[in-house]
Design a protein around this ligand. Structure first.
Ligand code: IPE
Ligand code: IPE
Ligand code: MG
Ligand code: MG
Ligand code: MG
Length: 335
């Protein structure tokens, strides 16, 4: 193959690792969790998230309304999974990253927010399939293969994944920005990102039960999509390199924390609270933080990641307050 592609193969992980390399590990975050907790208290974060979730639903509905040639049953399955129920955290991250960088929300960030949720939702449909986690419930409803059938669920996932990139290529008008966004998201969701994480997750502790493998799983299956979300928002907002790096570090750290929280909640919360079957990880012998290091140590690691995520936003000053509060809100979810 001619050597015409001269950019690095994995941007997000490369940027993240380089950012960490340049920092002294002892000074990544000099703050204690309790002082951050006091500073970042917010009663309005939940309603701010609800506003972003509603906006995401609206953008998604508009995108779907324009799809007139999807076979009806396939479209029904795609819309069944796309409407309602999701927390829309990744979409909010895209929009808040854009607002933090540029002071306002723009069209490209709204498109990217909807697109990220489509890719995320596809990953959930496939994650629930009998061949994978075999979960009958998702977002408080029967999962896609239960409501429809397995073939329809596989194809609805395929449909969402491809439509997501089609939408980005059509809706993001500046082609340089569109290509950067498509590249960022495809790399994070692809076979050396989220899918790689899912492969290692399926192999589980039987193949490799080490902490390094667990970190690899979380980094790839979850954190890269969080970092892609903040990166997309930063790109939409016209970020300079230093801002993009900081957004990727923040996204990666809250993503790593988010998966620890998901694993903790799998043990401590009920099926009703989760909207998906509780206790699945232990039943399936998954490699998780609570299984490997226990619940208390898992919480400690989660708190440290949250501190570091908050500290990564330093260069933005007060503009990043909402993102800091989100990091705290995600931590509070498990407490
Ligand atoms: C679930 O993600 C999958 C994980 C990476 C743990 P969310 O908890 O964000 O799922 P929804 O979108 O709110 O349903
Ligand atoms: C899923 O992780 C991560 C994805 C890439 C979909 P989990 O398997 O823990 O997610 P849940 O608990 O089913 O939502
Ligand atoms: Mg899974
Ligand atoms: Mg699962
Ligand atoms: Mg889980």
């Amino acid at each position: 193959m001619p050597n015409s592609i001269n950019f690095p193969v994995k941007t997000i992980i490369t940027i993240y690792n380089n950012t960490l390399k340049e920092k002294n590990p002892d000074t990544v975050c000099p703050m204690e969790i309790d002082s951050i907790k006091k500073r970042e208290q917010s009663s309005s974060l939940k309603s701010a998230l609800a506003v972003k979730a509603a906006l995401t639903e609206q953008v998604l509905a508009d995108l779907f309304d324009r799809q007139t040639e999807i076979p009806p049953r396939l479209k029904e399955a795609m819309e069944y999974m796309m409407t309602g129920g999701g927390k829309r955290i990744r979409a909010a991250l895209v929009m808040w990253a854009c607002e933090t960088v540029s002071g306002k929300l723009n069209h490209d960030a709204q498109v990217a927010a909807a697109v990220v949720e489509m890719v995320h939702t596809y990953s959930l449909i496939h994650d629930d399939l009998p061949a994978m986690d075999d979960d009958d419930m998702r977002r408080g409803k029967p999962s896609c293969h239960k409501q429809f059938d397995e073939a329809t669920a596989i194809l609805a996932g395929d449909g969402l994944l491809t439509l997501a990139f089609e939408m980005m290529s059509i809706e993001v008008r500046n082609s340089d920005i569109a290509v950067r966004m498509i590249r960022t998201l495809s790399e994070a969701a692809g076979p050396s990102g989220m899918i790689a994480g899912q492969v290692a997750d399926m192999d589980g502790p039987h193949v490799n039960g080490s902490l390094a493998n667990l970190q690899y799983i979380h980094m790839n299956k979850t954190a890269e999509m969080f970092a892609a979300s903040t990166a997309l928002g930063a790109i939409a907002g016209g970020a300079i390199e230093e801002q993009l790096d900081a957004m990727i570090e923040y996204g990666m750290k809250i993503g790593l924390g988010f998966q620890i929280a998901d694993d903790l909640l799998d043990i401590t919360a009920s099926t009703e609270q989760l909207g998906k079957t509780a206790g699945k990880d232990a039943e399936q012998g998954k490699l998780t933080y609570p299984a490997l290091v226990g619940e208390e140590k898992s919480r400690e690691i989660f708190e440290k990641l949250t501190c570091e995520a908050v500290c990564a936003l330093q260069i933005f000053g007060d503009e990043a307050d909402t993102l800091r509060q989100l990091a705290m809100e995600l931590l509070n979810r498990t407490q």
